[in-house]
Design a protein around this ligand. Structure first.
Ligand SMILES: [Zn+2]
Length: 352
């Protein structure tokens, strides 16, 4: 559950003025939720009491290659009537506050070193990427649990079962984080490409695919059984100097994603990149763009609609089966053919 989802659910947004007013109110609420959720300043990794550092879930050296005057755009730049900031400085982009500076510099050193991308990533790097992605999710859900508490106190009513979902999600992410940290050969690298140009978007994300290329269901996101772990797909799009690293990996031993990536691997490269663009935009908010790219896209509202898909996926229990079938169509990966391939050389960033 993302800020955008929460805003869409709680806000009536009849007019732009209402939306701006609500956004101000929501920012205050979010600030309060953060304060309450992290009043005990204990590093999630080492358990010591310490100042949380400004951790990047997408390395700063990656963001740097798409930044213009230190700024990058986020998916809000594609939304109509946006009420959230559509661009941020790279120091505040994709960041979270859950661990201490010692742990942040020690635990992720391999994957956050640009010199380690001359070849395929090691298991240690994949493990570090996954750990960082899950820490970001744990941070978000910890904050969201408090946010739902505050909303409940103010409105005296709950919307769907969002808080229950936030608790379940957080528990899942902790399990996944521990798996990444404590398993010797945790991941299988499904896809690796080193493109000879700098792509205009950057992402480090984990997604639970709802459906594949024929609309078949992969993950039942409405299954609230705490033992039903979703099968995550990890995706990295790392623009660098005159090249870009594109990777996908999954947990070793996972089976539900196999038909998806077997189909994917058979596709020509341009189609693969288009599918990756679609998955990242439709499932994740952990994606950032170079600002000039936004001016280059002719049908921005279509992409805005794709980005809006994440908000359709909310926490209502009723009619879960019918809703899942609907979602499977909305997220059908064959929809990828209708959007521009933002990872193609046409949109590449010129940097020296
Ligand atoms: Zn620590």
């Amino acid at each position: 559950m993302t800020n955008k989802n929460i805003i869409n659910l709680y806000s009536k947004k009849e007019t732009k003025e209402n939306a701006i007013e609500f956004n101000k109110f929501f920012s205050g609420l979010e600030h309060q939720a953060k304060k309450q959720a992290f009043s005990e300043k204990k590093c999630f990794i080492c358990g010591r009491e310490a100042r949380f550092c400004n951790s990047h879930s997408l390395p700063r050296f990656v963001l740097k290659h798409i930044a213009q005057s230190g700024m990058v755009a986020n998916s809000m730049c594609m939304a109509e009537n946006t009420i959230l900031a559509a661009e941020t400085g790279i120091n505040n982009t994709g960041t979270f506050h859950l661990i201490c500076a010692d742990c942040d510099s020690r635990e992720f050193a391999d994957y956050e070193n640009p010199d380690n991308y001359n070849d395929k990533p090691t298991q240690i790097m994949l493990s570090q990427i996954a750990q960082k992605s899950y820490l970001k999710e744990i941070y978000k859900q910890t904050k969201n649990i408090e946010l739902h508490n505050l909303v409940y106190q103010i409105y005296n009513s709950k919307i769907g079962n969002l808080q229950e979902l936030a608790f379940l999600d957080k528990a899942d992410y902790i399990k996944q984080y521990l798996y990444a940290k404590n398993t010797k050969e945790p991941y299988f690298l499904v896809y690796y490409k080193c493109l000879p140009y700098t792509v205009p978007m950057a992402s480090q994300t984990r997604v639970a695919l709802i459906s594949g290329f024929n609309g078949e269901i992969i993950n039942n996101v409405y299954d609230l059984n705490p033992n039903a772990l979703l099968e995550d797909l990890h995706i990295c799009v790392f623009p660098m100097k005159a090249k870009s690293i594109i990777m996908m990996f999954v947990r070793n031993g996972q089976k539900r994603l196999r038909p998806f990536y077997r189909d994917f691997l058979k596709m020509p490269e341009d189609q693969q990149l288009q599918v990756l663009t679609y998955i990242i935009l439709s499932y994740s908010e952990e994606v950032f763009f170079s600002k000039p790219l936004i001016g280059q896209i002719s049908d921005l509202s279509k992409l805005g609609h794709i980005c809006g898909q994440t908000s359709m996926f909310n926490g209502y229990k009723d009619d879960a089966k019918a809703r899942l079938r609907e979602l499977a169509q909305e997220y059908n990966l064959s929809n990828a053919k209708n959007i521009p391939n933002l990872l193609s050389t046409v949109y590449s960033v010129k940097n020296d």
